[in-house]
Design a protein around this ligand. Structure first.
Ligand SMILES: C[S@@+](CC[C@H](N)C(=O)[O-])C[C@H]1O[C@@H](n2cnc3c(N)ncnc32)[C@H](O)[C@@H]1O
Length: 431
């Protein structure tokens, strides 16, 4: 494992140093491996390390992190320090020592305090008791404090938003166990749940038959396909006010979704600053993508090129593609285990279409082009999957499967416990 630049300080010397670190801590989503692979893909494995089971430390200045473009992280924090202990009493002592000083650097007004914990041996009650002790210590400086009550060990995104914990007088602190140390971080931003919901449910054209790709997963697919972002691009994104579209001049890349359906990947790629190119076998789907992108661009001007056309991915000729990001044909939806014969038929059908697509597009892409395809895998028993046979012959078809340092291929699966058809994220480059 490559060790990032964590400064481990004696917990009782922490006071003056607490605001000086410039690394970021990301709290990962429901399937942490996807978020970790996304970060590794964008920032390089040398800059990313796992912290406990569902957080990551990224050696990138928080300003350059472009959090709104990440689908696999739910909260974005500034790394404050790493304590050489996992003992909650000692952590509490640290907090009582540093909090009064920190509160004095805040603008006037009631301080709002929230505590979140991952992986430490502590109960919700103990966290609350610590919160009250900290509140008392801060009150002695003459400032009022509202302590946000924990329902669970971690505050949820809605609580952070509702209590304005990322505002000028808010302070949500994370304590994340990392082996025999505790990473301490301050939440800077949380996922914009409202915007994701609007982008998902607000679209005029949706189709349950082709499936509902969550916008967050579309972002992960695009980021895995795009690969490492050069520092100057990050610097450019950093200067764009929150919520404004990213001008295409920063990327100048075209993302192709060759199975575009209702256009979720295209929509998210457009928001991320790419030119987009969508094709689908069904003209109706191309019309749906059109309507959805029209809706998206109706109240905001996008300086991007949008190309949409019908096309069978097994023989279509595309023009000028830089990156391929697609949720391919997933076969029949199953709500319960299908009979073996039906399952085999479905696997062969999907395998054939996707293999023919990979053959067809190979000659149209420059060597080294990256692709991320969400392909089907079938959960035949709990956490046991039947994969597409073509995964064993990728090299023969002319592709390399990208290896991640922190994540195994088998972990790049998106599914819910009771779901039969999972999406397997296949990250490839052309040879
Ligand atoms: C799982 S859906 C993709 C849904 C899409 N991500 C969205 O946002 O709605 C798969 C799509 O592949 C299309 N499809 C199936 N076979 C195809 C082929 N041979 N060439 C191109 N598209 C195909 C279907 O029409 C369907 O829209």
């Amino acid at each position: 494992m490559i060790f990032v630049n964590i400064i481990v300080i004696n917990i009782f010397n922490a006071i003056g140093d607490i605001m000086q670190m410039m690394n970021s801590v990301l709290i990962l989503g429901r399937q942490p491996a996807l978020g970790l692979a996304e970060l590794e893909s964008l920032y390089g494995s040398e800059k990313v390390s796992a912290v406990g089971s569902n957080a990551a430390l990224v050696e990138v200045d928080p300003c350059l992190l472009a959090f709104d473009r990440l689908g696999g992280s739910t909260k974005f924090c500034k790394h404050l320090t790493t304590l050489d202990t996992t003992n909650w009493k000692q952590i509490e002592k640290f907090l009582v020592d540093v909090s009064p000083g920190h509160s004095q650097q805040m603008p006037e007004g009631k301080m709002r305090l929230g505590l979140s914990v991952i992986g430490l041996d502590v109960s919700v009650k103990q966290i609350e008791a610590t919160g009250l002790t900290v509140k008392k210590a801060v009150k002695k400086t003459g400032r009022n404090v509202r302590l946000v009550p924990n329902k669970e060990l971690e505050l949820n995104t809605a609580q952070v938003i509702h209590n304005q914990l990322t505002g000028p007088t808010g302070w949500e602190l994370y304590f994340i166990r990392d082996g025999d140390k505790t990473v301490v971080a301050q939440t800077v931003k949380v996922q914009d749940i409202e915007s994701y919901t609007r982008r998902d449910r607000g679209r005029p054209k949706r189709d349950t038959r082709v499936g509902m790709l969550p916008p967050k997963l579309a972002q992960i697919i695009i980021n895995l396909a795009a690969g490492k972002l050069p520092e100057e691009q990050l610097q450019n994104i950093c200067d764009i006010p929150a919520g404004e579209p990213i001008p295409r001049k920063y990327f100048e890349k075209t993302v192709l979704d060759s199975f575009c359906g209702t256009g979720v990947v295209l929509q998210e790629a457009l928001l991320m600053g790419y030119d987009v190119y969508g094709t689908d076998l069904e003209s109706r789907m191309v019309e749906y993508s059109h309507a959805n992108l029209d809706w998206l661009t109706s109240d905001q001007v996008y300086d991007a090129t949008i190309t949409l056309e019908p096309g069978d991915a097994t023989n279509h000729q595309w023009k000028d593609v830089d990156v391929v990001a697609a949720e391919t044909y997933l076969g029949r939806p199953f709500t319960s285990q299908p009979p073996q014969e039906i399952l085999n038929q479905t696997v062969s059908e999907c395998n054939l279409i996707i293999k023919k697509f990979l053959h067809n597009i190979h000659g149209q892409l420059k060597a080294g082009t990256r692709l991320c395809l969400a392909v089907p895998a079938w959960q035949i028993k709990q956490n046991q999957f039947k994969h597409l046979p073509l995964l064993d012959s990728l090299e023969e078809i002319g592709y390399n499967r990208i290896e991640f340092e922190r994540v195994q291929h088998g972990d790049l699966l998106y599914y819910r416990a009771d779901q039969i058809v999972a999406r397997e994220l296949l990250v490839l480059t052309t040879k």
